[in-house]
Design a protein around this ligand. Structure first.
Ligand code: MN
Length: 208
């Protein structure tokens, strides 16, 4: 069967300082993300491999095919695994200022301009009640980008949207440094978004 492993971070735990602190990064990756990896492997071991022949994003896109007895666990641990994997990939110690190329153009089309996009994304991130994520996603059906939020570890894949960029708004993502000041965390995070990576992800998906 498919066994998932904790992905390596593409940078050191301290390299996103001062925006995301070393201690938060280390606990978030080694403890929280590892717990989703372990939970996912344990859950998948309970069901026959015929139910999960594909990578987790494909499984999440068709949760109804998973036996009901483990569906919510697959959703939670699988979403947690994949959401965090993307979260690490979409941050970098050496970011470019803003999206360029096709993604830059699409942001201007759907959100007027980059500053306004950031404002809307920050507001949406602030509006999440409890734990969840704010996302920029690609809607393949309509060949467009959208901004959405999900609760807990729900993944955009399970509503058939492809995540391009996600911000973790669980308290474990920021509380050590920012305490209850969620907006300060969001504002700091903009400084480490890997627009090169997000832009390439979008270019591969979008049709001209
Ligand atoms: Mn997290």
């Amino acid at each position: 069967m498919v066994k998932y492993e904790l992905p390596k971070l593409p940078y050191g735990y301290d390299e996103l300082e001062p925006f995301i602190d070393k201690q938060t990064m280390e606990i978030h990756h080694k403890k929280h993300h590892q717990a989703y990896v372990d939970g996912l492997n344990k859950t998948l071991a309970k069901i026959s491999s015929e139910f999960h022949p594909q990578y987790i994003s494909a499984v999440l896109s068709d949760l109804d095919a998973i036996p009901e007895s483990v569906r919510s666990e697959v959703n939670f641990f699988g979403g947690g695994f994949e959401n965090h994997k993307l979260f690490w990939e979409t941050m970098t110690p050496k970011p470019i200022d803003q999206p360029i190329g096709k993604l830059g153009d699409a942001i201007d089309v759907y959100f007027d301009n980059f500053e306004n996009f950031k404002k809307e994304f920050s507001n949406k991130s602030m509006s999440i009640q409890g734990s969840g994520w704010c996302w920029l996603v690609f809607n393949q059906t309509f060949n467009k980008i959208e901004m959405i939020t999900t609760s807990n570890q729900d993944s955009p894949w399970s509503i058939r949207k492809i995540p391009l960029l996600g911000l973790d708004l669980w308290e474990h993502a920021y509380y050590l440094k920012y305490e209850n000041k969620r907006l300060d965390y969001i504002s700091a995070w903009w400084n480490v978004v890997n627009w090169d990576y997000v832009g390439n992800r979008f270019s591969e998906l979008s049709q001209d």
